[in-house]
Design a protein around this ligand. Sequence first.
Ligand SMILES: *Cc1c(COP(=O)(O)O)cnc(C)c1O
Length: 399
Amino acid sequence: MNKKQMIEQAEESLFHVYNRFPVVFDYGKGVHLYDELDEEYLDFASGIGVMAFGYGNEDYENALITQLKRITHTSNLYYHQPMIEAAEKLCKASQMDKVFFTNSGAEAIEGALKTAKKYAYNKKGPGDYEIIAMENSFHGRTIGSLSVTGTEHYREPFYPLMSGVKFATFNDFGSILANLSDNTCAIIMETVQGEGGLYPAEQDFISKVRELCDDEGILLILDEVQCGMGRTGSMYAYQQYGIKPDILTTAKALGNGVPVGAFAVTKEVAENSLVPGDHGTTYGGNPLCTAAVSQVFDMFEDYKIIDHVNEITPYFSNALDKLVEKYDFVTGKRGLGLMQGLVLTIPVKDVVTKALLEQHLVVLSAGSDVLRLLPPLVITKKDVDEFMEKIQKVLDTFL
Ligand SMILES: *Cc1c(COP(=O)(O)O)cnc(C)c1O
């Protein structure tokens, strides 16, 4: 089948919920992807921040093959070794105390919201507990996670959503206070907003939010589904701010390609919220996925990935600065570590499409005006140079 036939066949039976690019990827190697004609693409999107170690990593593949041959699924009625190891490694990496494995980021958010509601229920009794979420945030597409996602046009067709959600302005502590009430049970935010346009939390803001939560007995939920797992130069972004959430959500790079997420809580939260019967999942934490998680954490240590991210970030960041200097329509740069965005005054969709189809460079957008770059964490200077060559060829066409 040629590409045109494949795409036609796909559209025959797939629910048209995505506007996909007319590209068929076949396999990957390192930071490169290859299409059905074996043509090479440079990947600076990592499958939306998932493929931290790039493609075709043998250590990763061998760990999964070994597990595949032993057992892939047991349900959560029983114990198994991969889950035990993955949970221990995630607790250690996040400095949280207890974890619950899910199948996605959105499902981790669902669990976090239920945990916060149950915590308030236990402490204060039944009530219509409120959540303060951020404008411009993104937490997922399920009803619960959509309810706390700060983009009105994503939410509007699906009203009524979960009740009691108030939206505050990210990085504006006054706005948090204005939305606070006696019924507030949690504040949820991304430590670095991803889809919303690569906005890192400001130190003063997040410190004050943490303090407020402590004073008021409110839980702080940090969504690090995108900014976690080494991307910003620490295992979790909050570790650079000297604070800790009460509930952490993580996913995307957690399994380096298998569908897995988790929410992790402090001992205090674990002891005063969900109990057996309150929550569950059939697949979540299955042996195959948690073997991947366990292997991912081992690879972070073995390859010293965090050190690598911190070494390569200045080189990448300087390269992006050159684009801001060179092109009038690139008006700024935002982000943290290998989670960077270029602010454009030209249509970002056109840039992303041209990069992919004409230069074989895979990049993302965030909102309508930010070119979002989430390269695999293992990129080298040579890859950054290749990126620069390709992106300049794309941007030159807009001059
Ligand atoms: C991607 C993302 C989610 C949702 O994760 P899914 O696996 O797509 O459900 C939630 N929060 C943030 C910050 C994300 O970037």
